[in-house]
Design a protein around this ligand. Structure first.
Ligand SMILES: N[C@@H](CCC(=O)N[C@@H](CS)C(=O)NCC(=O)O)C(=O)O
Length: 226
């Protein structure tokens, strides 16, 4: 059994997708980041960076494992279950390369894009332009990589699970998708996977009005995981 500390954001969706693809038993612990649940002590004990996603894998070899950072979670779970990350060689290197491209580039840049284009309390044209342009540059990189390929690095992998939730938000990022036909086809291809659809169903069920207290979070975590 795995506890998934989750909100329906791109980084949250990534891990839900992998858990669904692997068919693992997990329960969702909702962390409402709009209501500051991420600062509750019982969450910080799992994820000291106060950000979702995080997991506790109660059945991890060697004992329960608490883990934050979506890239680490995808890598560790894929490795532990022997799927969606090749074991060695060029194929593994390619998946890790594109996963880290998402973690270090697409995610942070698109995240700033969302912030300055949608949420910033003041309009700062320089920042809006800078992050829109950088997001578009990264889309161009992905567009070229997807030419003649169904997935970003060989077989469907954790790299695709990391990338898909970010490019799904292309409207919010002000991307002109007529420039990126390979990404449009990729979105349809990944989006039709039943596991991806099940993962996104958690998002539809998430209650952004509800929030936790330390007591309620503690009680949830203390409840039997099986
Ligand atoms: N590099 C981290 C980023 C996680 C992250 O930024 N999570 C956001 C939601 S997508 C969050 O929890 N934000 C809460 C906050 O800003 O306080 C990862 O990939 O797990």
């Amino acid at each position: 059994m795995i506890d998934l500390f989750y909100a329906p954001t791109p980084n949250g969706h990534k891990v839900a997708i992998l858990l669904e693809e692997l068919g693992l038993a997990y329960r969702i612990i909702p962390i409402n980041i709009r209501k500051n649940d991420q600062f509750l002590p019982s969450f910080l004990a799992v994820a000291p960076n106060n950000r979702i996603p995080a997991i506790v894998d109660h059945d991890f070899a060697g004992g329960p494992l608490a883990l934050m950072e979506s890239g680490a979670i995808l890598t560790v779970l894929a490795e532990a279950h022997g799927r969606f990350l090749p074991q060695a060689g060029h194929a593994r290197a390619a998946v890790l390369q594109w996963l880290n491209w998402q973690m270090g580039g697409l995610g942070p840049m698109a995240g700033q894009n969302h912030h300055f284009n949608q949420f910033a309390p003041e309009r700062i044209p320089y920042a809006m332009q800078r992050y829109t342009d950088e997001t578009a540059r990264l889309y161009g990189v992905l567009e070229r990589q997807l030419a003649g390929r169904d997935h970003v690095a060989g077989e469907y992998s954790i790299a695709d699970m990391a990338i898909y939730p970010w490019v799904l938000l292309h409207e919010r990022q002000k991307m002109d998708m007529t420039q990126f036909p390979n990404i449009v086809a990729y979105l349809a291809r990944v989006g039709e996977r039943p596991a991806v659809q099940r993962a996104y169903a958690h998002g539809a069920a998430f209650d952004w009005e509800a929030s936790l207290t330390e007591e309620s979070l503690h009680a949830r975590l203390a409840a039997p995981a099986r």
